[in-house]
Design a protein around this ligand. Sequence first.
Ligand code: R5P
Length: 289
Amino acid sequence: MADMDGFKEATNFGIGQEVKTSSVELKGTANMGWGMKNRLSRIFNPKSGRTVMLAFDHGFIMGPTSGLERIDLTIVPLMQYADCLMCTRGILQTTIPAGVNKPVCLRSDAGSTILTELNRNLLIDVEDAIRINASAMAVMMSAGDGDQEAITVANLVKAADMGARYGIPVMGVTAVGKQMARDSRYFALASRVCAENGANIVKTYYCDGFEKVAASCPVPVVIAGGKKLPELEALELCYNAINDGAAGVDMGRNVFQSDKPEAMIQAVYGVVHDSLTPQQAYELYQDLK
Ligand code: R5P
């Protein structure tokens, strides 16, 4: 029982003062619980509502990709510039200092390597995501792949169920089958299907007509960078995506395969959060380089 001696009467009720709400309400979050919102607010900057996720999960299907041979040497120095880290539990547990104060979007599915076709995709145990203190779980959904579509949708649904139970958002990652046209019709369908099945964030690719992809998806959409481009083109890609409604980027190769990754991630950050034009961001890249 608290000591009641010298009890001070409550008087400061702020009568007449408006109750402040959060600055940016992320798309699709109005009916979410506190844990989900809190985790999302670690990923998406509460002021801009946007994010720069640094993706370095490529090794889970590709092995030691160029730029990711020694993550301790190449990625750890970049983490300070990212809003969120996207990686596997294997790299997190072996290579990323546990003291890093960055949210993690944990790659939470697995299934095959690039040596084979996609097969029998499965999920890691949500308890491991909790142990790791993941702020989100990333799970692939392969729309239009006859063998894998249903399996990957089932995985996404399962991840969304687990995420809802523990307040962990799920990021649906649209995997593009080899036969699929990489156009706005396909990406809008794939993104929407992810959200309809419970994804709280969608990662997809930029394309012509991307504004339709973003507009028809009821949750924030971030874009992957894709194959390495010249730096100015990569910055144009970010700029166009943000202009067309993306809530940020989940970028890997265009950062860690850049000549100067540390300069490049800061330039990307400038486009996403500070509304730099591609040219301004490129100048920043060159100055920092
Ligand atoms: C792909 O499955 C991986 O999840 C990557 O995280 C994703 O493609 C983003 O990386 P990048 O910008 O290199 O495409």
